[in-house]
Design a protein around this ligand. Structure first.
Ligand SMILES: C[S@@+](CC[C@H](N)C(=O)[O-])C[C@H]1O[C@@H](n2cnc3c(N)ncnc32)[C@H](O)[C@@H]1O
Length: 446
């Protein structure tokens, strides 16, 4: 029988809307979208779908499914390009602040994007225009134009855009190298620019770029980790595999100091730019192989390490390869926890857990922690991803993925020495239709 997660993914791709009225499951679908097999699966899974919809979403909407790269049938939509793209250039701090203020004042935020594109953390799927062909940007809407330019990578009319934002905004974007003024009076973005929980993050375009070690664009996973972290005051945060710097920049709001580390110099450059753009002077970015160049400990550890099982690229070669098993970097991070995390510290790790059949994520953590998983209280917000599709590797993994999971594992030392492991993700439906994350990984709440 088709599982609910697969069923929902198929229905979503066919533009089928499901909602609950009273205790009844209602459905609207384009003609021909639901064939006999889907109809029978819907009937079989009705109760579970109703329970999911009632538990996770406001009435009337189908929550977006989890945003792992995994279940995206998208490989064909990732263009391969081989073009040098310059990193963004900082300008005077007051101009950068003004630029961000203009984005804020026109409401370029998660809620506005969710209204137009669906739940924003699904961007991993829906920012490729070819995957949501029904969305037509309205030329008279500044947010539509911002999305077109900075998320979809399309050109927009320069005069119109300067009128909707301001010409000062356009000048600053040109001076920072985010935009190019092209022939024919159109603007083209050289990078993506995402709203993210109150900050703005510049990344490389989604594409397979063979000439640069890309800075990963904000994928669903970036929003999941950003949403799940408990934002309480901390002494020192470390963000390993910082990429665009997103997690370090979000941490800078509630931590005295933050250090973001990456092996990719381009990532360090982007992250430093993004910290300046968002006025985060307590965040520092360095080249470091995981903790190798980071002295001392931290009380908040964040990491979205490369995790894709890849037999064609080594870990560190790019933003996705986690080595043959996918867990080379994750394992090293977990092994370093006892030494690098303060006794009252918390680690939030988002990754793919490519568990061989009949093994559980907990088994791997126990092994990496030398058989001492019982020293830790663990919140496991991961969910099954048996249809993971690798978008990048030259030799994608083809074996059994039935036990694979994806999501955030959050660890804190057990005060009693009698640790626990609790699963709490359900199907990973954390996001409301306004783009907000409704769940926080909070050990105190359990
Ligand atoms: C999946 S991306 C995550 C980017 C960003 N943190 C996010 O969540 O959007 C992984 C990042 O880890 C970096 N990386 C790869 N190997 C590393 C290593 N050994 N030490 C530190 N960073 C590494 C990659 O360059 C890439 O920027």
């Amino acid at each position: 029988m088709m599982d609910v997660s697969t069923l929902l993914t198929i229905l979503r791709s066919r533009k089928v809307n499901l909602w609950v009225e009273g205790s009844r499951l209602r459905c609207s679908a384009p003609v021909g979208a639901i064939d006999a097999e889907l109809k029978s699966a819907l009937v079989d899974q009705k109760d579970e779908i109703i329970a999911l919809l009632q538990a996770d979403t406001p009435p009337g909407h189908l929550a977006e499914a989890p945003p792992a790269r995994s279940e995206q049938p998208a490989s064909s939509t990732l263009q391969t390009i081989c073009r040098e793209v310059a990193a963004p250039v900082p300008v005077a701090p007051e101009r950068m602040t003004q630029f961000v203020n203009e984005l804020r004042s026109c409401s370029f935020d998660l809620a506005s994007c969710a209204k137009r594109l669906g739940v924003f953390p699904r961007l991993g799927v829906n920012f490729w225009a070819s995957m949501r062909p029904d969305w037509v940007a309205r030329a008279n809407d500044p947010i539509d134009n911002l999305i077109s330019l900075f998320i979809d990578g399309r050109q927009v009319n320069a005069n119109l855009f300067a009128k909707q934002l301001t010409s000062r905004f356009v000048d600053t974007a040109l001076d920072m190298g985010l935009l190019t003024d092209c022939a024919g009076g159109v603007l083209q973005a050289n990078a993506c620019l995402f709203p993210c929980y109150g900050s703005y993050i510049v990344t490389d375009h989604p594409a397979k770029n063979s000439t640069i070690n890309q800075v990963m664009w904000l994928w669903g996973e970036s929003f999941v980790l950003g949403g799940l972290v408990k934002r309480s005051p901390r002494r020192r945060a470390v963000d390993l595999g910082t990429g665009s710097g997103i997690h370090a920049i979000l941490a800078a709001d509630h931590c005295s100091s933050v250090i973001g580390a990456d092996v990719n110099p381009r990532a360090v450059e982007f992250a430093t730019f993004n910290a300046m753009l968002n006025g985060k002077s307590n965040a520092q970015f360095i080249l470091s192989d995981l903790f190798n160049s980071i002295e001392g400990t931290c009380d908040l550890l964040l990491a979205n390490p490369p995790y894709a099982p890849d037999s064609a690229a080594q870990p560190g070669d790019n933003f996705w390869s986690g080595g043959l098993q996918g867990t080379d970097l994750l394992r090293k991070i977990v092994e370093s926890l006892p030494a690098k995390l303060d006794p009252d510290g918390t680690a939030h790790l988002i990754a793919l857990y490519p568990n061989p059949p009949a093994t559980k994520t907990r088994d791997h953590f126990d092994m990496w922690l030398g058989g001492k998983i019982g020293d830790w209280d663990v919140l496991d917000h991961t969910w099954p991803v048996p249809h993971y599709e690798d978008l990048f590797s030259l030799q994608p993994y083809q074996g059994d993925k039935s036990a694979w999971r994806f999501g955030v594992v959050s660890l804190r030392r057990s005060a009693s020495g009698n640790g626990w492991w609790k699963e709490g993700a359900g199907r990973g439906l954390f996001f409301g239709t306004d783009g907000r994350c409704n769940l926080v990984a909070d050990h105190d709440g359990h």
